[in-house]
Write a protein that binds this ligand. Structure first.
Ligand SMILES: Cc1cc2nc3c(=O)[nH]c(=O)nc-3n(C[C@H](O)[C@H](O)[C@H](O)COP(=O)(O)OP(=O)(O)OC[C@H]3O[C@@H](n4cnc5c(N)ncnc54)[C@H](O)[C@@H]3O)c2cc1C
Length: 406
């Protein structure tokens, strides 16, 4: 049997779900399909932290508030942070960013991905959006003016407009032959949560080590002694670190972090994620748009991946709402290009900045080391430069969609 929809979103991850909610009450027959079960588990306050977390910017918070999702996140578990320390492990340069420098209460919130996901899915279940769980897309092709999608269980779906929100290894991107610039960072990220002797003081910490960046992100549970860590290292080093027992891992991590939060008491199970940068050369084609990680994946040192994705979703929804209001055909590539024109320059600029940053800190040559240490010190001494970085981190600059504006 064939199921028809006006708009099909493939992927009910954080970004696809946010887009669906931003399009509710649009009068469109929307269907969201995902290979996962899309069930929401009751939240247990005492449960261990999920290893995958995101640093959500103020712009993302506003989008989630307007989609009535933020309250579901806060009722589970969020960890606000008001300060950020960044320093060069092989030099003397360091910068301290503070929310108070722009008269804000927080720089952002660290939230487990599962928490964001569950709060979104909960809202989707209450909405007029169609949801198809355990529905893995396997094939898709053009059929007249529509796309015809085939799921792993043989079901077929038809729609004139398909949105790829199926993540970094997007099947839609592959099936539609969307050209992508892609390269390996030759780094893997080890992620887990650790318990620290000293309080994290609601501060996000980032040390640039000789191997790569190491982030300690503050988490709140029974006080301020848990941090989520993202440790970028070479593949060989990650293999070695993943094999260590918890005690040996904690000692090595403590050393790599210069013991900044005192003794590391324990570590949760570790996850290792290979890091690749990807960027689709076009985000749109006739009847097709790519959003979130399906369109771009960025180094986690930026802490911006899902923040960019939420802005993609908010801009695309705005473009589609406006076009529907004017009676335009939503699958028209000229309509969808309005989304690409607003999002691609912003995403590319941030990716380029992060790439430069990453290379600057990988470089071993003395003049480069001198330059980055001097640069960090200069930034730290300039209130104006710091305020600019903070506004960027808050997601308050650039062409913001209405959902993200104050
Ligand atoms: C180590 C690490 C740390 C990070 N830290 C941060 C951070 O601090 N801040 C931040 O903003 N970002 C961070 N990110 C990035 C962030 O996690 C991603 O940008 C975000 O998860 C992307 O969301 P998405 O919805 O686009 O994709 P995903 O979360 O990957 O969702 C894709 C969805 O599509 C579904 N799907 C996939 N294939 C199919 C198919 N064939 N058929 C049907 N369904 C399918 C999946 O089941 C899933 O539900 C980090 C990433 C890494 C690796």
């Amino acid at each position: 049997m064939e199921t028809r929809a006006d708009l099909l979103i493939v992927g009910a991850g954080m970004v696809g779900s946010a887009l669906a909610l931003a399009l509710q009450n649009s009068g469109l027959n929307i269907l969201v399909v995902d290979g996962g079960p899309l069930t929401v588990k009751p939240f247990d306050d005492n449960a261990a932290f999920e290893p995958r977390v995101s640093a959500l910017s103020a712009a993302s918070q506003r989008i989630l508030e307007r989609l009535n999702v933020w309250e579901g996140i806060v009722s589970r578990r969020v960890s606000p942070y008001a300060d950020m320390h960044v320093w060069d492990g092989s030099g003397t340069g360091n910068v301290h960013f503070s929310a108070s420098s722009v008269h804000a209460d927080v720089l952002g919130h660290i939230v487990e991905n599962r928490v964001v996901q569950d709060a979104l899915i909960e809202r989707l279940h209450d909405s007029d959006i169609g949801l198809l769980a355990n529905a893995r897309l396997e094939q898709m092709r053009r059929s007249g003016d529509d796309w015809l999608l085939t799921l792993a269980d043989g079901r077929t779906l038809r729609a004139p407009l398909v949105i790829a929100a199926d993540g970094a290894n997007s099947t839609v991107r592959r099936m539609t032959g969307t050209a992508t610039r892609e390269w390996d960072y030759m780094h893997h990220a080890i992620v887990t949560s650790v318990r620290t002797a000293d309080s994290h003081r609601k501060t996000a910490w980032q040390r640039f080590t000789d191997d790569g960046p190491l982030a300690f992100l503050p988490l709140e549970r029974e006080g301020e002694h848990w941090c989520s860590i993202v440790w970028s290292v070479t593949p060989d080093e990650s293999e070695r670190l993943m094999k260590l027992d918890d005690e040996a891992f904690c000692r090595e991590l403590e050393q790599a972090f210069e013991g900044c939060l005192g003794h590391l008491i324990s570590a949760d199970p570790r996850l290792c994620v290979p890091l690749r940068q990807r960027h689709a050369k076009r985000y749109v084609a006739e009847g097709l748009a790519l959003i979130g990680d399906a369109a771009h994946t960025i180094h986690p040192l930026a802490g911006q991946g899902v923040n960019l994705g939420f802005l993609d979703a908010a801009v695309l929804a705005e473009v589609l709402h406006a076009a529907a209001g004017r009676g335009e055909r939503l699958a028209d590539e000229r309509v969808l290009s309005r989304y690409e024109r607003r999002r691609m320059p912003h995403n590319l600029a941030l990716m380029a900045a992060m790439e430069g940053f990453e290379r600057l800190f990988q470089a071993d040559a003395l003049p480069v080391r001198w330059l980055r240490n001097t640069g960090l010190k200069l930034v730290d001494q300039s209130a104006e430069a710091k305020a600019m970085f903070v506004r960027q981190a808050l997601g308050l600059s650039g062409d913001l969609p209405a959902l993200a504006r104050i």
